[in-house]
Design a protein around this ligand. Structure first.
Ligand code: HEM
Length: 687
């Protein structure tokens, strides 16, 4: 009885405080919910970006433009609401642009940092010393480590902190391995020490076993063949590039000076015709006035598709924000239909679909590389993934276009020569007379040659359109040479001529420094690679950071991501790294300030080592001839820069690039392009 009473009393006595506690908890819960949802509401865009970057693609719909597309919007806002304030635009967050500060924060040796994705070990590199050791596949033999133990290994991966405990245990195991064992691994495994495989496996459905994706001995034979057949005879190259430039000039002539052109698509059309002719010696894709006219008529009334290049001033803002998928699905039918109607030549009829498909496949591959399917066996992906079905549909026109290229190849052309080499003529099975190896190579060369050149030229024109003074300096250099009496053909630009254009050369180099179209490359280490100790006394190290003073070994089977973009903008290597300063390549005083110009591996737009760009000699000529030809006849104007200059009552020929107009929104795929194209005006220069 007493107990029971006591019990009742106790309950009564506790009740009010329990209710109070409950009320307080509910109130705090509501407060937390309100605060967090408000925060989420404000930050939803950023949160979405963040979540998407850490989740496998299968859990979200890939937006494809992963490197932010906010630039256009914010530019419009700057023009209107903010009253054109002169504040520096915040760099939008992106994997590419954020990698350097992230590396610095994590403070690994040479700014390297390591991560663990599932079971894979990844090291990110933005410094020339490790970059060249890894890309050359050499490293320093671990036998030369003179400190008895591999402190560097631990230091490198200890920078990644608590979330990656498993990595630390892995490094400990590494440390415990006997030096004899390690010596064996560095001498016995593959001579180059690195491989692309399996880092590039998500390209396999696209370029199959072409030289870009091939492995080990297969790759060596293929690379040797392609080098021989493609670069064996470069005599015709300047003629071919000039023919393409003629076509481009005709197309530009049809465009009014107040019309705004999507430069990316214009240049993609120009370079695909060029590469097609280089590898086939077939003139079918030479410029055709009717196609260009027809293209203009329809594209002025619809948003710019991957193929259409012209839009009116009024529709510019709208069209640039149109979603990729929308514009491409509309254009697919239109373009294919129009081209088939107009062109009796099958390769010409396929060209629009090919260009659309290439635009789409780069996005699919990007999404695939970030998806969970990539971690599963290939057969599983093929059997169950909707992404694979989409990929196959898009690959149709690409394969058809490449097959036609192989069939149209004239005797003595690179594709014809390749078809006779064992490396590309294995196995009896041929479809329509084309082996799979040859088809894969045609796809590789068409894409690698076209997309990279068009993207690099687009970024160069972007920079020059924002810098009329430097643009004029190029013109002052190229015009007298092109129009000299010694030039036998009007407007023709030869290799000898471009050798006399140092400023043009510096502009291209500087544009490739700021916008390397392949912003990173990946290699898998087939042996331990030892990076020599970081010299703390050099200017290239940040004095505030505690540096590793011993050698650093990156263990076998690590994936190394070499960030070309970060190397090219590393403030320890480049004076005024974010500035467009072509003079740095010419002026001895400025040159001296750039440690990067002396340091092998600091400037690598074509990568380096055994798997560097095979088409570099072609690209050097293509870029210079096309740029000289364009600027000789046309001045390129960025309408946003023009509007900004006018509204500020400033002289639009100001030499300083306005950071508000500088594009940082990058659309990644194989190559990095300005998101949704690049809209410029071409104004014919006075004779
Ligand atoms: C501005 C123009 C170009 C740039 C910036 C460029 C850049 C690059 C880079 C960075 C790589 C290494 C990719 C990697 O390891 O992931 C590469 C590889 C390659 N490039 Fe280029 N490239 C250009 C033009 C060309 C041209 C015109 C061709 C041929 C027609 C070409 C054919 C190739 C091939 C076949 C590979 C693979 C080489 C191998 O793995 O052995 N490229 N390119």
């Amino acid at each position: 009885m007493t107990n029971s009473k006591l019990h009742i009393d106790t309950t009564c006595a506790q009740h009010p405080s329990a209710i109070n506690m409950l009320q307080t908890s509910i109130a705090s819960l509501i407060a937390i919910l309100v605060c967090s949802s408000t925060y989420i509401w404000f930050k939803r865009r950023y949160l979405k970006h963040h979540l998407e970057s850490i989740m496998p693609t299968v859990l979200w719909t890939p937006r494809f433009i992963n490197y932010t597309s906010q630039d256009e919007d914010s530019f419009q806002r700057h023009l209107t609401e903010d009253g054109l304030q002169n504040k520096r635009q915040k760099m939008p967050s992106s994997s590419i642009t954020n990698i350097l500060p992230k590396m610095e924060r994590l403070n690994g040796p040479y700014g390297m940092y390591a991560t663990v994705y599932g079971l894979t070990k990844v090291v990110h590199v933005g410094h020339p010393v490790p970059a060249r050791e890894i890309l050359n596949g050499m490293g320093r033999s671990t036998t030369t480590v003179d400190h008895g133990q591999n402190v560097g290994v631990c230091k490198l991966f200890s920078c990644i902190g608590r979330p990656f405990r498993c990595m630390q245990s892995w490094t400990r195991t590494e440390k415990n391995r006997s030096s004899n064992e390690r010596r064996r691994s560095s001498t016995l495994i593959d001579a180059t020490g690195t491989t692309k495989n399996p880092a590039y496996d998500h390209f396999k459905n696209f370029s199959g076993d072409g030289v870009f994706t091939a492995n080990s001995s297969d790759w060596k034979a293929k690379r040797a063949s392609v080098l021989h057949c493609l670069l064996g005879n470069m005599n015709e190259l300047e003629n071919e590039v000039n023919k393409s430039a003629d076509g481009l000039m005709h197309e530009l002539k049809e465009i009014q000076s107040d019309e705004i052109v999507n430069v990316v698509t214009l240049l993609q059309r120009c370079t695909i015709g060029l590469i097609y002719r280089i590898i086939t010696h077939d003139d079918a894709l030479l410029f055709d006035r009717d196609t260009a006219k027809d293209d203009r008529c329809s594209s002025t009334v619809r948003s710019p598709s991957p193929r259409s290049s012209v839009t009116s001033l009024a529709s510019m803002g709208k069209s640039e924000t149109t979603s990729d998928s929308e514009s491409s699905s509309n254009s697919h039918f239109d373009d294919g239909h129009r081209a088939t109607k107009l062109n009796t030549n099958p390769i010409k009829a396929l060209l629009p679909q090919y260009l659309d498909s290439v635009t789409q496949i780069r996005m699919i591959i990007l999404a695939q590389s970030r998806s969970i399917w990539y971690l599963l066996p290939r057969w599983f992906y093929r059997l169950f993934s909707p992404m694979y079905r989409e990929e196959e549909a898009v690959m149709g026109p690409i394969r058809a276009f490449a097959r036609l290229a192989c069939q149209n190849a004239k005797s003595g052309s690179p594709l014809d020569l390749l078809s006779k080499r064992t490396s590309h003529n294995r196995g009896a099975s041929k479809i329509d007379g084309v082996t799979k190896d040859l088809l894969d190579e045609a796809i590789t060369l068409l894409f690698a040659g076209q997309d990279t050149s068009a993207a690099t030229l687009s970024w160069t024109l972007h920079l020059l359109s924002l810098d009329p003074e430097r643009q004029q300096r190029v013109v002052d250099e190229v015009r007298p040479i092109i129009e000299s009496d010694d030039n036998p053909e009007v407007d023709f630009v030869s290799k000898t001529m471009i050798a006399q254009m140092p400023y043009l050369d510096a502009v291209i180099k500087e544009s490739m420094r700021l916008y390397p179209v392949a912003p990173f490359v990946v290699r898998k280490l087939t042996t331990d690679i030892t990076i020599p100790r970081e010299d703390i006394s050099t200017e290239m190290t940040c004095p505030s950071q505690v540096k590793v003073v011993s050698d650093t070994t990156i263990p076998e089977s690590t994936f190394a991501c070499i960030w070309i973009y970060a190397l090219h903008r590393n403030p320890k290597l480049w004076h005024l790294p974010e500035e467009f300063l072509p003079e740095r390549w010419l002026d001895p005083e400025l040159r001296e300030k750039d440690a990067g110009q002396e340091e092998p591996g600091a400037y690598i737009p074509f990568a380096m080592g055994p798997r560097n760009c095979l088409g570099r000699p072609l690209a050097q000529v293509i870029l210079r001839v096309l740029l000289a030809r364009i600027l000789n006849r046309y001045s390129v104007v960025d309408p946003r820069h023009e509007a900004l200059a006018l509204s500020r009552n400033k002289n639009s020929t100001d030499s300083e690039i306005d950071s508000k107009c500088l594009r940082k929104d990058m659309q990644a795929g194989f190559t990095v392009l300005p998101s949704n194209g690049l809209m410029l005006r071409f104004v014919e220069r006075a004779e």
